[in-house]
Design a protein around this ligand. Structure first.
Ligand code: 13P
Length: 280
């Protein structure tokens, strides 16, 4: 069933584990992730970046695709359909109007006051429609879908003010994680992470989950992280499986066979993350 992220994230915060957020890119990706959600009985979040939205045709296509797959595949696990890094009120509104159950408004490129005003506007539109809102504070480094950022660590007092003035349901404080591959060891500020978790009643989100070693993921969960976003790692897993296939079957031209050749490695990588995040 499609649900917002409220209950799954609150349960994770209480239960000291993290809900996986996997970005989707196409029909096959979405189907594979829904199948592992069902197989492992894990409620999870399907993240849709603006780049993926444009690639797949638009929010209506994606909503209908996800809803159709849930019905046709008989998915019984709770699934949240979420906009990843919505850049404006209009983008979030479009997704909500299409049926998305959760949005992230990323106002991190603005000043704190502007970020608060923008996030508040999204919350005011989303909440009466039972849609949850994630906000970002500080700036997550690295690059996703061509959008590059320099890391800017979030401050505890800004997070408290941001939460109090916006009424968001979850918060992504930038604390040293980056989108894409890390250059060297990630430098996460666990001390501030723990303080934000103690100061706020809402769940904390860790972006840039790819390339963070397992022990640091576990530490982040112990410091209050309740949702972890993974994109690049699944892309790499799919790519490895697909490249092996293409090398061994250079004459295969059926796109279904080529795309599906990455299914197994993508699913194995996603299951490994689910087990890690849930301490299974
Ligand atoms: P990675 O691509 O580093 O896994 O980050 C994903 C992410 O944070 C999406 O918002």
């Amino acid at each position: 069933m499609l649900v917002n992220s409220k209950e799954m994230l609150q349960n994770a915060k209480k239960g000291h584990y993290a809900v996986p957020h996997f970005n989707i890119n196409n029909l096959e990706w979405t189907k594979y992730i829904l199948e592992i959600a069902e197989q492992t009985k894990t409620p999870l979040i399907l993240g849709v970046s603006e780049g993926a939205m444009k690639y797949m045709g638009g929010f209506d296509v994606i909503f209908n695709l996800v809803q159709g797959l849930i019905e046709d595949l008989g998915i019984t696990t709770d699934i949240c359909l979420h906009v990843d890094h919505g850049s404006s009120f209009e983008v979030c509104k479009k997704a909500i109007d299409a049926g998305f159950t959760s949005v992230m408004i990323d106002g991190s490129k603005h000043s704190l006051e502007e970020n608060i005003a923008l996030t508040k506007q999204v919350v005011a539109y989303a909440h009466p429609k039972n849609v949850t809102v994630e906000g970002e504070i500080g700036a997550i480094g690295g690059e996703e879908d061509g959008v590059a950022n320099t890391s800017l660590y979030a401050k505890l007092e800004d997070c408290v003010k941001f939460y109090q003035e916006t009424g968001i349901d979850s918060i992504a404080p930038a604390l040293g994680s980056v989108h894409g591959l890390y250059k060297g060891e990630p430098k996460l500020d666990f001390d501030t992470m723990q303080k934000i978790n103690e100061a706020l009643p809402i769940p904390l989100v860790l972006h840039g989950g790819t390339g963070i070693p397992d022990d640091l993921i576990k530490k982040a969960i112990s410091c209050g992280i309740s949702k972890i976003n993974i994109n690049t790692e699944l892309q790499i897993a799919w790519h490895n499986g697909m490249m092996d296939f293409v090398k061994n079957n250079p004459d295969q031209y059926d796109p279904r066979k080529v795309i599906a050749s990455g299914e197994q490695s993508l699913k194995e990588a996603a299951i490994r993350k689910i087990e890690l995040f849930q301490n299974k």
